[in-house]
Design a binder for this molecule. Structure first.
Ligand code: 3EB
Length: 339
């Protein structure tokens, strides 16, 4: 594809005229203690219970921040003026180049985790495809009790089946970047939110890891539909990094060893950035930002100090209390790498 080829070249070699044709200004994402209501704010996401705010483009994720002085909000900024609304189950915000679309459903009201997930995905796909921004770049999935259930009854595996049913066949082998994390609320809900764009991005896979959508049968009846990363269709390079854990090939490594899982995860992240032809290391791009999902709060100090040691003191990161989709995995990292 013309687009994919062009995006693999350094932007300095692309003539200005061509660059302006169908690439977008990059979204800016930051953590903040303020829920800015500026006109260019695409969305404000509040972390956990404490974050509560009256803002037209606000939504909350039900994961509690764990690090000291953790920011309360994640703020996404676009370039144009942002409009917002609600279309049945979909809360949306858009500047015409990018959209954020959010669906949160009560499982009990929608026939359980599979059916609620299918419904959430079908709603998102219908809204995004009919919008000015029909191309998915990035999806986050948060739902409760992700590891409950044995074998193929595990809720993550059932979620994967609902997701595949809701996405439909058109996504096969052409998935957006994603994270899937377990929250811990008694009232079981499925929350799915997506960034979509007017111009398609380019999916990136990781040579250290099997593509998730090709995972063997033993991990469940329906392989997880996501790409390891997505290069945004931006003037200068921007990479959406999927949830990354200590999975090598298709197997989890270092069960119950947080130190080794963190090292393996960092290797996976470095490998993904190489595969995306990134010019800068993780934490050293312009505006890099990370989310670290942590299963056991007692691991927070170790994880934070190791990450700070490797990435420097300034890269914005929030550590969130969340369960990973395989019971033996203790942490997962996602983020955005710009440049
Ligand atoms: C893995 O590598 C870890 O199901 O959307 C990471 C990112 C993981 C996204 C998803 C799952 C998902 O398989 C788990």
């Amino acid at each position: 594809m013309y687009h994919a080829v062009r995006m693999s070249q350094p932007s300095s070699e692309i003539p200005d005229v061509e660059r302006d044709v169908d690439t977008l200004p990059a979204l800016a994402v930051s953590y903040s203690d303020r829920a800015s209501a500026d006109a260019d704010v695409l969305a404000v996401i509040g972390f956990g219970r404490t974050a509560s705010v009256d803002h037209p483009r606000f939504f909350r994720v039900h994961l509690e921040p764990l690090n000291e002085n953790a920011p309360r909000f994640e703020v996404w900024r676009a370039s144009g003026e942002v409009r917002h609304g609600r279309d049945r189950d979909v809360q949306w915000m858009s500047d015409g180049d990018y959209s954020m679309a959010v669906v949160e459903l009560d499982e009990a009201a929608h026939g359980g985790v599979i059916e609620a997930t299918r419904h959430a995905y079908a709603s998102l796909v219908a809204w995004v495809r009919a919008s000015a921004t029909p191309h998915f770049l990035r999806i986050w999935n948060y739902f409760d009790a992700i590891n409950d259930g044995k074998g193929d009854e595990e809720r993550y595996r059932r979620f994967c089946s609902g997701r595949a049913a809701g996405l439909g066949p058109t996504f096969a082998g052409n998935y957006p970047a994603a994270s899937a994390i377990g929250s811990r609320n008694e009232k079981k809900r499925v929350q799915v939110y997506a960034i979509a764009a007017r111009v398609p991005g380019t999916a990136v896979e990781n040579p250290r890891q099997w593509s998730a959508w090709r995972y063997p049968r033993k991990y469940g009846p329906t392989a997880p539909g996501f790409a390891r990363g997505m290069r945004a269709p931006t003037h200068s390079p921007q990479l959406y990094i999927s949830g990354t854990a200590a999975v090598v090939g298709h197997a989890s490594h270092h069960a119950d060893d947080i130190d080794a899982q963190l090292d393996e995860t960092m290797k996976n992240l470095e490998s993904l950035l190489q595969s995306a032809q990134s010019k800068t290391a993780l934490g050293h791009g312009a505006g890099d930002i990370l989310k670290v999902y942590v299963r056991h709060p007692e691991h927070v100090a170790l994880i934070e100090s190791k990450l700070r040691g490797r990435l420097g003191a300034t890269v914005p990161m929030v550590l969130l209390h969340g369960d990973i989709c395989r019971a033996e995995l203790l942490l997962e990292i996602d983020g955005v790498h710009t440049g």
